[in-house]
Design a protein around this ligand. Structure first.
Ligand code: SF4
Length: 750
């Protein structure tokens, strides 16, 4: 290392794994990135994406200045001019069509962004629209809904006790490529290997022989869309063979008496037939789950992005509860993040959905959002409340949401659109104004969301690595909020920031359960007054959280200053049992068989009957599933040269028997056609996929004119979401159905 080089440590903000990175810099240039061996959570693990923070910062396509569309072309402008254009656009929209004519879309990177965690809400409140959409209804809302119904809060998400479990049943997840999701665990692959090294068992259920499946003791190549039937058949075996034992959670359960009758229809033999599995495997799994010293069940994208996503999420937790593995070491446990509010026993407010509906399809609101699969209807359908404007933050729904071609055309017809995004991508190319946030190295970081779903309790803060003169994301979002509130484009963003900080302090001093209850708000405000608003908010939440210093009442407790003094993070320990205090249902109990689930079970039973008798049980009718590769992260990292070089990863995987039957050969292209669209992709014949199933990765399709992604456009791939259908939804969550799409495949003519 040269004399002028410096080393900094920071958490990787790119995915849910929260790995610690060690960066070497010469001046403003990153010369090396490797895993931080002293990081308390990741211990040096890094994936190929983590090494690209410098490349992302230096990417010439990354926007440094705002863009405004003039005569159909985007041109760079100064910040004040861009905000003035936003003000003009918003006021025109409101004059023409009212507040509800503006929609809002939040992309996945927003949850990896500290400022986003605090400053999106005031913007939403100022816009006063109920047309809010996010990536959550692309792939994770079912988990939130089942947890909300069972535990009372959509954010009370139990995770497998990965480092101590003796048995892990995993469905529709491929953490060796994805590094895990809704279960934060850096070096997920290493943790799975260690599970097996200590004598534990890993069973993977997936229509593809994924890299994760290759690590497993057993792999069951299930037919897509049949996971809930499979899980409920296991539950039936547990009842039939007298293996149900609720363990220590028995005293906290509500609704347990009705479960045995509810699963009676899911007979192993019949279920095995529709799943394309062996009934003996179902029975064996039931016995193993019940007999293991400890066991956990983890389902992810493949099972949540299906027609019964919420029911499947419920059924996977149900198995853990039935086998006495819930809320115990080695089973499933609730994280207790440093930003949680302190828990207390007793009934809570419970989880509610459906407080309003979408205008056209009457889809119910869930967590204040409407399904992204319904947004094109709202834009295209004329009448009162028609969506005419859109704000997007860190999102690219044209590539990530279903029926992308329709969505692309719908966005083109909007009257006004503003995007906060570092790139002119396939979605933001429709924006009238694009406001670029600072790069990943120019902003501080704390994983607000992911330490709440983490397999250990961790706190880790990273200061910005590089300074910038550009507005912070907090300033951009605050100025947008002020414009939307009618305060004008020149209003000082500090108005919003001070209001948020002061509001949080006043809530805490007024809360009888807070560690600063009754303290002087001015005195607390003075303590954080020197910090930027984002850091002040984080500091207050840390210090009033369950591990906090209470602004002096516990000198050993957490504060931002203490995290800054510990750049490798602070390990707050293994997860611990949390019942009943973690529950916030109206009953104060764990609602093991909620009414909404009972109703949806009727729909599943009808599906079961039609699958048993109908064409869904026929492997000659192909269905499409997605897939993930370690070098990709949804749609936004294909502009990094080192990640996309090498072989084409956007291929159609197909089983050799299906390829032979259809006359397809490697080296040529296939045409894949669904109800909504058609694409061509290179054929990859592999026995690592189940017969009757084909797979395309998601996030590709960088061939649309007007996007500014010069690297991605050289290897554009095809958009798998031109095939996914925006009509079917998981009824309870409004989540899109991206897996198990019926398709026809033929040799491409060209
Ligand atoms: S696994 Fe995720 S957090 Fe870790 S280095 Fe890779 S992208 Fe970053």
């Amino acid at each position: 290392m040269s004399d002028t080089a410096r080393t900094v440590f920071r958490t990787c903000p790119l995915c849910e794994a929260t790995c610690g990175l060690e960066l070497t810099l010469e001046g403003d240039r990153v010369t090396k990135i490797r895993g931080d061996e002293q990081d308390v959570f990741s211990s040096g693990f890094i994936c190929p994406k983590g090494t690209t923070l410098g490349a992302l910062h230096e990417d010439p396509d990354r926007l440094r200045k705002p863009l405004v569309k003039r005569d159909g072309k985007h041109v760079e402008v100064e910040w004040d001019e861009a905000f003035a254009a936003v003000e003009a656009g918003f006021s025109r929209l409101r004059d023409e069509s009212g507040d509800e004519s503006v929609g809002f879309y939040l992309g996945n990177p927003n949850v990896h962004n500290l400022a986003g965690a605090f400053f999106v809400r005031p913007l939403l409140q100022s816009i006063k629209t109920r047309n809010v959409y996010s990536a959550s209804t692309v792939d994770q809302m079912p988990r939130h809904v089942s947890c909300g119904l069972m535990y009372g809060s959509a954010d009370a998400i139990p995770v497998p006790d990965l480092d101590r479990t003796d048995y892990l049943l995993m469905l529709g997840a491929n953490p060796v490529e994805s590094n895990g999701s809704l279960c934060t665990a850096p070096d997920f692959p290493g943790r799975l290997k260690r599970l097996r090294e200590r004598g534990g068992t890993l069973v993977v259920v997936d229509p593809r022989t994924t890299r994760t499946a290759k690590l497993a003791d057993r792999h069951l190549a299930i037919r897509p869309g049949t996971d809930p039937h499979f899980l409920l058949a296991i539950a039936k075996v547990l009842f039939d063979e007298g293996l149900v034992d609720y363990g220590s959670v028995a005293q906290h359960l509500e609704g347990a008496d009705a479960i045995e009758a509810a699963v009676q229809g899911f007979d192993s033999e019949r279920v095995a037939e529709i799943c394309g599995l062996d009934a003996d495997d179902i029975r064996l799994l039931a016995r193993e789950l019940a007999g293991a010293e400890s066991a956990a069940v983890y389902g992810r994208i493949g099972v949540h992005t299906a027609e019964f996503g919420t029911l499947t999420s419920w059924a996977s937790d149900l198995l853990v509860i039935l086998t006495g593995n819930f809320d115990r070491e080695g089973g499933m446990l609730f994280p207790y993040s440093a930003l949680s509010r302190k828990r207390r026993e007793g009934p809570g407010r419970g989880f509610k959905a459906g407080r309003w509906q979408s205008r056209v399809r009457r889809a119910p609101e869930v967590r204040g959002e409407l399904p992204i699969a319904t947004i094109a209807d709202e834009i295209e359908t004329e009448g009162a409340g028609q969506l005419r404007g859109l704000v997007t933050i860190a999102g690219n729904p044209v590539l990530s949401a279903p029926n992308g071609e329709r969505l692309d055309a719908a966005f083109a017809g909007l009257s006004f659109m503003v995007s906060v995004d570092p790139y002119l991508n396939e979605t933001t190319r429709h924006a009238d104004v694009v406001l670029p946030p600072p790069s990943v190295l120019e902003r501080s970081h704390y994983d607000v969301a992911f330490y709440g779903i983490s397999v250990r309790n961790i706190a880790n803060y990273s200061a910005a690595v590089l300074a910038t003169d550009a507005p912070s994301e907090a300033d951009i979002l605050s100025r947008l909020a002020l414009i939307a509130a009618g305060q004008g484009a020149d209003a000082d963003p500090k108005i919003v920031q001070r209001m948020l900080v002061r509001g949080l302090i006043e809530r805490e001093v007024g809360n009888e359960y807070s560690s600063i209850h009754g303290r002087d708000a001015d005195e607390i405000e003075a303590e954080v007054g020197a910090l930027p608003a984002t850091e002040a908010l984080l500091d207050i939440m840390l210090r009033t959280g369950p591990w906090g210093d209470g602004f002096g009442s516990d000198p050993e407790g957490l504060s931002l200053a203490r995290l800054e003094a510990n750049p490798h993070g602070i390990d707050l320990g293994a997860l611990e049992p949390a019942l009943p205090a973690v529950l916030s249902t109206a009953s104060g109990k764990l609602e093991v068989f909620p009414e909404a689930i009972a109703q949806d079970l009727t729909r599943l039973q009808a599906d079961f009957t039609s699958r048993s008798e109908g064409p869904a049980n026929d492997d000659t009718r192909l269905c499409l599933v997605g897939r993930r590769t370690v070098r990709s992260n949804n749609s936004w990292m294909h502009n990094v040269e080192t990640l996309v070089r090498g072989r084409d990863r956007c291929t159609l995987q197909i089983h050799p028997d299906d390829a032979t039957r259809l006359g397809l050969s490697t080296g040529s292209n296939a045409r894949i056609t669904s109800r909504v669209g058609s694409v061509e992709a290179p054929i990859e014949i592999t026995a690592e996929i189940r017969r009757g199933v084909v797979s395309l990765p998601h996030g590709y399709g960088h061939d649309l004119r007007g996007a500014g992604l010069s690297v991605a456009s050289k290897t554009p791939g095809v958009n798998s979401n031109r095939l996914t259908d925006d009509q079917p939804l998981d009824v309870l969550s409004g989540n899109a159905v991206l897996n198990g799409i019926p398709v026809e495949v033929e040799a491409a003519t060209a």
